[in-house]
Write a protein that binds this ligand. Structure first.
Ligand SMILES: NC(=O)c1ccc[n+]([C@@H]2O[C@H](COP(=O)([O-])OP(=O)(O)OC[C@H]3O[C@@H](n4cnc5c(N)ncnc54)[C@H](OP(=O)(O)O)[C@@H]3O)[C@@H](O)[C@H]2O)c1
Length: 430
């Protein structure tokens, strides 16, 4: 029996998710169990980027959450209401819920999770923070044996994009914001992003998972980036800092029972800190715990493909739960492979190479090297004589992409040249 999905919303995230679930080659075989049963939208006349059989798309979202045949409700419509009521209704009917809605979870999380616990079902929210970056499941599972000391993130792509451009171009906040709006990186009403409210929702969720307690959103201190000037950015740069909008949840003292500080504000981050080099629309979350130390999650924080990855992974987890029984082990924990992967031989690798040659100081050596490489179709990006080591000239070569087998054949010929003393190093270039 397939697992029936009722998807609420067919915008950026909903469309990406449907596209992923309609193209299953190379993905987890358990996804084949999923049936896109109903998709709820506001307008039936809107053109859609995905094709769905007649009768699946509906404007009656209530009917989806009330339908006894729907197993999992995927809420990707956004907003507070009716999203909250629809989630609660789905839970009360015993359906698992997947949501990408950080605003609803940050405000109504207590009510939603209490309802889920009462109904004995799960609410999954991987896409709600960090878009495609898996950070919710790691905090809930893989890292949960650690005493978490701090979760620090760049969790809003729009503000990170604006700050990065202010830094690299020396531009004003207002000019970059206007441009970001034109390019679609910032909303027409940018308040939720630039005033830090979206980041506050997200750090409330991360803090709750990392520190194992509920968070009142009002307790999250929140300051946006409107007052960050290009002058501040230039001074910070001179002093060795990048200015980032950080969302921070941290123990105030090192003891695991001390109170938390949960806040969002522009922060000077030392250039050597791992978060300082997270630029553009990317997100990253640094988790610090005992005994693990530091772990950083990095990736695309928004977009159809990224969020589809997170939403579909949540769906997959729920499908695995539904398929697990006393006779059927959890298909995500059991090994599902029987066949061996085909591995290409290293000689077929296509890569760039760096090679250093020590040669006798003879005229025309560089030309001879070039000829040998040319004989095997190896093109050189650069060839330089870097100096001398005692009597021997040192020549360094970097190739363009080449098949490793061809490169090795060229080297074999080069080794036989009378002028070549040795080849002390051969390294692959990324
Ligand atoms: N976009 C991202 O990269 C991203 C990243 C992480 C999390 N999220 C979260 O994911 C959720 C969805 O975001 P999105 O960008 O996909 O939004 P979106 O593009 O605006 O799509 C919203 C969809 O929900 C439908 N919808 C909204 N309100 C409705 C209502 N009252 N009744 C019926 N249908 C309704 C819309 O229907 P119509 O198509 O008919 O208008 C549309 O299909 C939000 O909670 C957002 O915060 C988004």
């Amino acid at each position: 029996m397939g697992v029936k999905l009722g998807i609420l919303g067919l915008g950026t995230v909903g469309t990406g998710t449907v596209q992923l679930l309609q193209d299953l080659v190379g993905r987890h075989p358990l996804l084949q169990e999923i049936e896109i049963y109903r998709v709820g939208v506001r307008s039936l006349s809107k053109p859609r980027a995905v094709e769905l059989p007649e009768g699946i798309i509906t404007t009656d979202l209530e009917a989806i959450v009330n339908d006894p045949t729907v197993d999992i409700v995927v809420e990707v419509m956004g907003g507070l209401e009716p999203a909250r009521s629809l989630i609660l209704k789905a839970l009360s009917h015993g359906k698992h819920v997947v949501t990408a809605n950080k605003a609803a979870i940050a405000r109504f999380g207590a009510e939603i999770f209490t309802a889920a616990n009462q109904a004995g079902v799960y609410v999954m929210l991987e896409a709600a923070v960090g878009g495609g970056i898996p950070v919710i499941q790691p905090l809930k599972q893989s890292l949960s044996v650690n005493q978490i000391n701090a979760v620090t993130g760049i969790v809003n792509g729009t503000t990170n994009y604006i700050l990065t451009r202010m830094q690299t171009e020396g531009s004003n906040f207002d000019d970059v914001l206007a441009d970001a709006q034109k390019l679609g990186y910032a909303e027409a009403d940018p308040t939720a992003d630039v005033d830090g409210l979206d980041a506050a929702d997200k750090i409330a969720i991360l803090a709750s998972l990392g520190f194992g307690g509920r968070i009142h959103l009002e307790d999250v201190y929140c300051e946006g980036i409107r007052q960050v000037s290009k002058t501040d950015i230039a001074y910070a740069e001179k002093l060795g800092f990048a200015i980032k909008l950080l969302a921070i949840a941290k123990r105030t003292f090192s003891s695991p029972s001390s109170p938390l500080s949960v806040r969002v504000h522009p922060t000077l981050v030392p250039k050597a800190h791992p978060l300082a080099s997270i630029n553009g629309v990317y997100n990253a979350i640094l988790v610090e715990g005992e005994p693990i130390g530091q772990v950083m999650f990095f990736g695309p924080g928004a977009g159809a493909g990224a969020t589809a990855s997170a939403v579909s992974a949540d769906i997959l987890n729920l499908v695995a739960t539904l398929k697990t029984s006393t006779t059927n082990p959890n298909p995500l924990l059991a090994c599902r492979h029987q066949d061996y992967c085909e591995i290409a031989p290293i000689a077929e690798l296509v890569t760039r190479f760096y090679a250093r040659f020590l040669t006798k100081d003879r005229p025309g050596v560089i030309g001879k090297l070039g000829t040998c490489f040319g004989n095997f179709g190896v093109s050189l990006e650069s060839i330089v004589q870097t100096g001398f080591q005692e009597e021997l000239a040192e020549i360094v070569v970097v190739t363009y992409d080449v098949q490793e087998g061809n490169f090795r054949q060229a080297l074999a010929e080069i080794r036989n040249l009378e002028a070549i003393d040795s080849i002390p190093s051969i390294l692959r270039v990324l």
